[in-house]
Design a protein. Structure first.
Length: 224
């Protein structure tokens, strides 16, 4: 069966990845804060963040990141917080997307964006990641060329935080391996290479039991 990028897989991985008892979704919500009552979520995780964001009684609208290519339907200055899971930082139309986000945010409103990171990882992580990367034949992730922070001022947004956290996802069987690799946001990976990655992980599980894979995440918080 072909392995391909899946928004549902992104939601599954982020719901099961943990660091010190919390998930990336918990970290996203902490960045929003309790005072924000109107939240616009622009993510690629099939609405996976909705229940987490709505837990404190917020009014949450999930539109998906694709709408950032045009004009957001919200009126100027009507949103307390905009959240994004893998939906903003890697966009080719980043300046336009940030300006649209700033337009709908009220003064003092926040943008909280989660994105993949290269670090932090442990020495043991480097071995597992290195083996997987070899099978996926990834030569350049592009993660080191993120321009989001530099683009914030032009959109009248000010960075207040840019942090990284290591989460861990346990791969216990073939289904877990497929889920993990279907959540990889690097669209340049074709199905053949992703399938090779699945077989590699299945072989690792057979030889040494469940495999813990790092999920490094960075959180960018900006204020209007």
């Amino acid at each position: 069966m072909m392995v391909e990028f899946s928004p549902e897989a992104v939601a599954t991985v982020l719901s099961r990845a943990h660091a010190g008892g919390h998930t990336p979704y918990d970290w996203l919500v902490r960045g929003v804060g309790k005072r924000a009552q109107t939240v616009l979520d622009l993510s690629v995780d099939a609405g996976g963040a909705r229940s987490h964001l709505a837990a404190d009684g917020r009014d949450v609208t999930c539109l998906g990141a694709a709408v950032l290519s045009g004009r957001l339907p919200q009126e100027n200055g009507t949103v307390d917080a905009v959240t994004s899971v893998l939906g903003v930082t890697s966009r080719p139309d980043l300046p336009h997307a940030l300006k649209e986000i700033a337009r709908v945010l009220r003064p003092g409103g926040v943008l909280v964006a989660l994105a993949p990171a290269m670090f932090p990882v442990s020495p043991a992580d480097l071995q597992e990641v290195g083996l997987l990367v070899r099978h996926l034949k990834i030569r350049d992730t592009g993660l080191s060329r993120d321009h989001t922070v530099a683009a914030l001022p032009a959109a009248a947004l000010r960075k207040v935080e840019h942090r990284r956290e290591r989460y861990a996802f346990t791969v216990a069987d073939r289904a877990d391996a497929r889920t993990l690799l279907s959540a990889i946001p690097f669209r340049s990976l074709d199905g053949t290479r992703l399938a090779a990655g699945v077989e590699h992980l299945v072989a690792r599980i057979a030889s040494r039991g469940p495999v813990t894979m790092p999920v490094p995440i960075r959180r960018l918080v900006a204020i209007k």
